[in-house]
Each structure stands twice: as structure tokens, then as C-alpha cells.
Design a protein around this ligand. Sequence first.
Ligand code: GLU
Length: 553
Amino acid sequence: MTDYAKLAELLLPEIDKTPEYYENLYPARNLAEGARVTRIAPSPTGYLHLGTLFMSLVNRMVADSTGGIFFTRIEDTDKKREIEGGITDIIEGLHRFGIKIDEGFISGEEQIGNYGPYQQSHRAEIYQCYAKKLISEGLAYPCFCTSEELEAVRTIQEGEKARTGYYGKWAKHRDISFEEAKSLIDSGKEFVVRLKSPGSEENKVVFEDGIKGKIEMPENDEDFVLLKSDGIPTYHFAHVVDDHLMHTTHVMRGDEWISSAPKHLQLFKLLGFKPPKFAHVSPILKLDNGNKRKISKRKDPEAAVKYFAEEGYDSLSVLEYLMTIAASDFEDWRRANATAPINAYKLNLKKMSVSGALFDSDKLLDVSKNVVSRMNSAEVTEKLINWAKEFDNEFYNLLARDTEYTQNIFAIDRDVPKPRKDIAKWSDAKNYCSYFFDELYTPCYDLPENISAENAANVLEEYIKVYKPETDNNEWFSGVKSICEAVGFANDTKLYKANPDAYKGNPGDASTIIRVAVTGRRNTPELCSIMRVLGYDKCIERMTAAMNYYRSI
Ligand code: GLU
């Protein structure tokens, strides 16, 4: 046995499996040529972050574009930052947005797939096995430095204007002997396992990033930590081991990891693994006092995905919006494929922003209005009721009281070729439809200046006599015209235009009077349909109340 092998045994005596064991346990995936395997690897440290949703969407789309697999892996190696229920929050959040998960965690508790466990805190033995291999090959070693010692080295480096870090001549335990390590361990000293980097800052590492193109950086020469003193890996080590054993083909992650890529590529090589393709995704930015900055969990409410749910944005709107900022050709695709589901779009990494896209809430509203306008009344009703159930109980009770009535409301000007775009988020719907519910309706009898209260009362009095609910829009308007003469209004718009002074008003004015009486508004979707949905009795009741009001002033 070599000294390195003895050292490996000394440091990790409990590890009895070999890398071959895991290589056999996790064989190559049986997928079609070119199928991409992607993943999201969130830490369960809080609510689902907009960046995580964005990254999940992009990873899902890249897998979908090739008939591949998208899986979740929980990076919970930092137990201090973890919060209770963190996994559930993230996975449920992804479900809420319709991000399909093929493998890994599919709920807070349940994981599926043959490459698990999909939670790093349950994979300690696996990482330790690969660490043991590196130690036994002289490619990793124990470091016993305390944080005070590391701090002291740093101070000297700063004094000498040397690059800070644990590398080369500064790496105190790089050449530690088996005997020395043994005596330190026997005396109860704690250690971490560090890579013995064969790299040099003079050399370059070059790789092709799927989004950013060719990237060239100095090779890693730092003896960075692989296993912490509790035997738990760092991100660098866990990422390399996991993405190898889980056969990830494309690692798409935040571009804050670019600077660590030389470390990762070096580890892949030293472990004899084929590296995946990397694509570093730029963050979502926000304008803050004229400066662009990364969206921040601390400062921005919209960093938490639940903000969008509470505001009532439909999950499809948020996804659609995220796609507009993800890929420069998405909006063109949408124009050409107005009604296609979002996953019919084929994401090309080359169309992704290299520098980071700006979050624009006006644009989100705009995108959202279009998304909601494409939904039919049944979808709107279902989604709105679900939203209200969670976020607006008063509204929920009204909407759910008679769902057919609710659906009739949202069918108006909707199940037609050119639907209106009044609703961007579900929280807009309450105001949009308030006049359909007495509980929400406050009459407002304000008229345009050219219409007097007396004329309004006269129109209503006559119209109440003739109103028939079961008409189409043309017949309905004929009904309005039919009372015009009796109240001194022109019964035709052209007639009125030719000689306005001869009349007290025109059919449009009469419609306005009726609209205000029935809805309290001057602007609404098609009034004929509104009145039909409200029903004869309600319309007569409201018109009578308005007439009485105009007579009383
Ligand atoms: N937990 C890491 C992060 O959230 C994962 C990065 C990766 O995808 O590899 O940044």
C-alpha cells in the first residue's frame, strides 16, 4: 500500500465502496441520441425565487427541445441556511407554474428516479468515496489549518501583495506525510480534505459556454476544499460528482458560477469524468435609481415568486413573460404562433441574453393581458376561482356561488375572435366584474355633460317598457332606437349628425344612459350581453332606481 492509499484509509476508514460500485449503480441513461439531461439544483433556503423559476423554465425547455430529462436535486449541504419546509416550497412552486419534473424531488417528501438520492445531505458516502480515490492517488490531502491560521496567511499575502488563497507555497499541508497526518488526527485535530491542484495560473483553460460563447480563464491552482470537516462536500465537489453520476449533459446555472468553472473542469478531468456542456445564464436585473442590479431577495418583493401569485398573475403569464426576457426570438415566435402552448417553442441557447435582462413590470402586465385574452371563459372561471379561494375570500364566495353565472360574465367579449384585453391579473377581475354582484356594486349615476338628468329619466322610463333580454346585439340596439323618438332623441346616428340641434340626443347617448344605470360605468364590454347575464329583473330594478334618482334631483 502506498502512503497515499494509507492516508486515504486513515482519513475515510468507513468508506468501503469503490467508484466502480457507483459507476455500475448509475449506468448511462437509456435516451435517444442527442437527448439532453438538465437539472435545477436549488438550496432549500426559502421561498421559490424568481431566478430559480427562470432557471427551471429554461432547463425544462432545453430538455423538452430534445426529448430529454429535467430533474431536481436538492443542494442542502449548508444546514445553517436551510429552512423548514424549504423543499416543499420550491417544488410546489414549480408545480404551480406547471414546470414538469421528470425525476428527483417531485414533492416535499417524494423523490423518483434511478439516480438518487437527489438530496446532497444523503449522498455523503458517495462524495467521500470519490474523495478517497483522489487522496489515494495523491490528488487530495487533509488540511488541518484553523480559521485563525488561514486568516494569518491571508494577512501576510495582503502585505506582500500576493494573490490571497490556499495554493502553491501557501498551501501548508499540501505535502503532509502520512505520519504527520496520523499524529494530528490522533491528537484529535479536525481536518478538511483539499484538492492538490496540479494547475498553474500561467496556463489557460478554454471552454465553449452554450450562451456566452468561448471563455478563456487561467487554470485553477487553488487547493480548494472538497470535503468540509464534517465530511460534507463543498458545492464544487458535489456538483462534479452528482452531475457525473446523474448523467447531466447540460449544466445551466447562474453566471455567478463562471468564475468557478476552471475548478469544476479540473475536477472532472482529475476524476476521469467527461464534463457536461456548460451554459451560464445571466441574472434578471432591475433598474434601481438608473443603475442595473441583480434582482434581490432582500430588496425586491417580486424576487419571491409568491408575490406574483398573490398579485394574481396567472402562472402562464409569468412564464410567458420570463420567456420574453429569456430569448430574443420568443416574441417573434409568439406573434407567428399566437395560440400555441409555450412548450411548443424551441429554445435556442444562442438566443439567450449574454448580459442579463431587465425586469419590466409594465411589460409583464402587457404580456399578461395577452395571455389572459387567449383563455376561454371556462379557463378564466376556473383559474380566477382558484386564485380567489386562496387570496380573496369575499370574492371567492361570490364567484363560487353560481359558477355558471360567473362563467357567463367572463364569456362576454371573450369567446370571440378578437377578445378584449381588460384583465392582466386575477386581482383586476374584481373591479372588472363588480357590477355583476350586488355585494360589490355601488351605483354611480354620473352622466356625460351633454346628457341632462331629465333626458336620462325619460330614456329609462321608455326603455323599461320595451326591454327584452333575449336579443342579439343588433336587435338590442334596435330596441334602444325604438324609444328615441318618444323622448326627442334622433333614432339614427346619421340623422343626428346632420342636424344635432334638432334633437336632445342620439341612440349612442341613450345607450350610455342605460349603461350607466345598469353598470354604474360609461365604459363596459358589450352591454346587451351584460344585461342578458344580469337578467331581466336585475336590469329593470337598476334602471328604475336610476330613473327615480334622476327624477329626484
Ligand atoms: N445551488 C446552486 C445555486 O442555486 C446550484 C447551481 C447549479 O445549478 O449547479 O446556485
